[in-house]
Design a protein around this ligand. Structure first.
Ligand code: FPP
Length: 237
């Protein structure tokens, strides 16, 4: 696929589903599914860089995931820590900027420290932006934006009729990030699962049957081809 093709989505968002079922099919513990899923993350990042995708957002941990068993949460945090340790140098070398959205203060301290360091170290990088959604829930994000606008209105800093969609979007954690053009979900489910509810208003959705650990570079290219085959009209004729 050509680099910087005009129809390459500028922002791809991914719901990485099916790690548990992938492991179950093989008689393995769920954490093995997550481990294999972390390999898919590495491949998809490479593929996006190669295509010239500017923003890649990964739903790595949802606010609902806190209700999973403690050992599974620990396995996910360990994988995330390992990923961050490994990627700290790579992201820097490859000119990739790291951002995180979600309730980051709920993450373990070790993870928060690693995240903060890499985010700081890569803040001026410009080849691609990797956005990790961690302890993320779109409703929580929208409620927080509404609360901050309400506080400003109550304090007399803004008037309610100044609130429009661009002011609202500027209070979301994704302020400054363009909306996703393409949303990919693996493992066949037709659900959005509280991911980027505001931001995906006009995104093309591609649902892939494969479980996330089986989703590799070629599958990402296929999803982009599917995106390119659709005619986007933003509701107009
Ligand atoms: C969904 O599968 C996946 C997750 C809850 C976590 C995604 C995490 C990774 C891919 C690995 C770590 C992330 C990074 C960024 C290195 P599921 O467990 O809900 O699967 P199931 O629906 O089959 O049970």
């Amino acid at each position: 696929m050509p680099h910087n093709h005009p129809h390459i989505p500028r922002h791809i968002a991914m719901i990485m589903d099916g790690n548990g079922r992938w492991a179950k099919e093989r008689g393995l513990p769920r954490r093995e599914g997550h481990r294999a899923g972390a390999e898919s993350v590495r491949e998809v990042m490479e593929a996006c860089k190669e295509l010239g995708v500017e923003f890649l957002t990964l739903y790595a941990f949802s606010s609902e995931n806190w209700s999973r068993p403690a050992d599974e949460i620990k396995a996910l945090m360990d994988l995330l820590n390992r990923f961050l340790d490994e990627k700290a140098k790579d992201l820097d070398k490859q000119n990739v900027r790291l951002l995180a959205i979600g309730q980051i203060d709920r993450l373990p301290e070790k993870t928060r420290d690693r995240l903060a360091k890499i985010i700081e170290r890569t803040k001026n990088h410009s080849s691609m932006t990797l956005v990790l959604a961690l302890s993320y829930g779109a409703r929580e994000e929208i409620v927080a934006a509404a609360r901050s606008l309400a506080a400003d209105a109550a304090a007399g800093n803004i008037s309610p009729d100044q609130i429009d969609s661009s002011l609202f979007a500027s209070r979301l954690q994704t302020a400054g990030i363009p909306d996703p053009d393409l949303l990919v979900r693996t493992s066949g489910e037709m659900r959005v699962s509280n991911f980027l509810l505001w931001q995906i208003s006009y995104a093309e959705m591609v649902i892939v049957k494969k479980f996330w650990p089986d989703f590799r570079q070629g599958d990402l290219f296929d999803a982009v081809r599917e995106y390119q085959s659709r005619h986007r009209r933003f509701g107009a004729l």
